[in-house]
Design a protein around this ligand. Structure first.
Ligand code: RB5
Length: 175
């Protein structure tokens, strides 16, 4: 698998360790930096990893900052990215199985290295259930994540004004 990595100064040490771990497993790494503790701005690294995944240069992306939050927000701004902030293995698994997450956001300041290793492992290996007939509902829902253009926004604003969100029932054949 081709994996794009990016981190700010508060996440580059784990990013480098993740690169080493994945290279040892035979993955190809696209490392967008940063490479040292000189303070940098996390959005640039979130955007770079997001674009690499969205344009198909990489199959998956992993971003690391101090908290995982800022860099995840940046990555999720790139159309086509589904970036999940994850701190324990079940969420990592569900992010893949239900949400087809293509970017993982990790924290170097709040999560220990042993947990990071497990999270990366699950993220790389867990499949998307939406690729199976039994999991068709997940595909149906993930597709909706990219419908938020002007018409969808208008529907949502009307629904909020009416005090009720409707029209979001999963079709029976997909259950
Ligand atoms: C850097 O100090 C820190 O703010 C950054 O790594 C990240 O946690 C932001 O969300």
């Amino acid at each position: 698998m081709r994996v794009a990595l990016g981190a700010d100064h508060a996440g580059f040490e784990f990013k480098d360790r993740i690169a080493q771990m994945l290279r040892e497993e035979g993955h190809t790494i696209l490392d967008f930096g940063t490479h040292n503790a000189t303070p940098v701005d996390y959005p640039q690294y979130g955007y770079a990893v997001g674009e690499a995944v969205a344009t198909g240069q990489a199959d998956r992306g992993i971003v690391v900052c101090g908290s995982s939050l800022g860099i995840s927000i940046a990555a999720n701004k790139v159309p086509g990215v589904r970036c999940a902030v994850v701190t324990e293995p079940l969420s990592a698994e569900l992010a893949r199985r239900h949400n087809d997450a293509n970017v993982l956001a990790l924290s170097e300041r709040l999560t220990g290295w042993e947990m990071i290793e497990r999270l990366v492992d699950v993220f790389i290996h867990a499949p998307f259930d939406g690729d199976t007939p039994e999991g068709a509902r997940h595909k149906h829902r993930v597709e909706q994540l990219f419908e938020f253009g002007a018409p969808q926004r208008e529907r949502t604003l009307k629904a909020i004004e009416a005090g009720e969100v409707t029209g979001a029932v999963t079709p029976k054949e997909l259950l």
